[in-house]
Design a protein around this ligand. Sequence first.
Ligand SMILES: Cc1cc2nc3c(=O)[nH]c(=O)nc-3n(C[C@H](O)[C@H](O)[C@H](O)COP(=O)(O)O)c2cc1C
Length: 187
Amino acid sequence: MANKVTILLGSPRKKGSGNSELLADAFAAGAEEAGYEVSKIRLAGLKIAGCVDCRMCWSKGVHCAVDDDMKEVYSALDDADVIVYATPLYFFSWPAQIKPAWDRLLPYFSKKSKVSMAGRRAVLLAAAGDDEEDVFDGLKKSFELACRYCKWDNIGEICVPDVNEAGAVSGKKEWLEKARALGKSLG
Ligand SMILES: Cc1cc2nc3c(=O)[nH]c(=O)nc-3n(C[C@H](O)[C@H](O)[C@H](O)COP(=O)(O)O)c2cc1C
């Protein structure tokens, strides 16, 4: 698991155009400079159901009884030293593309869990259309509480307001530079 970064992309925008994806790419460039292997998972292209609360985690020898594209996410998470959530802000919270991937982390917290989530590092990269900083308050609180629950070390939150149009963050080089520097700081 050493030196591996898994980026979960929440934006449904066309490949390479979402603001959160551009932040993720800047972070990835920095992480690669620091010697990390980076993989990106575009959740919008996957079929991932919500948790069905069957509490049958690991009963079939795999993380989850629901057989869908979450398998790909589980295997990337099992391997990751650093987990990055790159997300658009939708109604002051997570988009529907990311929320099921949070809920489906339940297997890691089952008594029968075969993989520990503790000790990973986690990053939040987010983009929003509104220009007030407090639009991110709900998202950040959710991320911080989730990190605490998962026993992850929250190593950075880069939340960019006032980027409504696709690609708008390209005109805000200082934010992209912050994301790149955070990636590079993985050490
Ligand atoms: C369904 C939907 C909900 C949104 N909700 C918010 C919101 O609550 N606050 C906000 O500031 N922007 C909101 N936006 C704007 C997006 O956050 C903004 O366009 C952002 O750049 C999208 O990120 P992306 O390019 O990574 O997909 C919303 C956009 C959509 C499509």
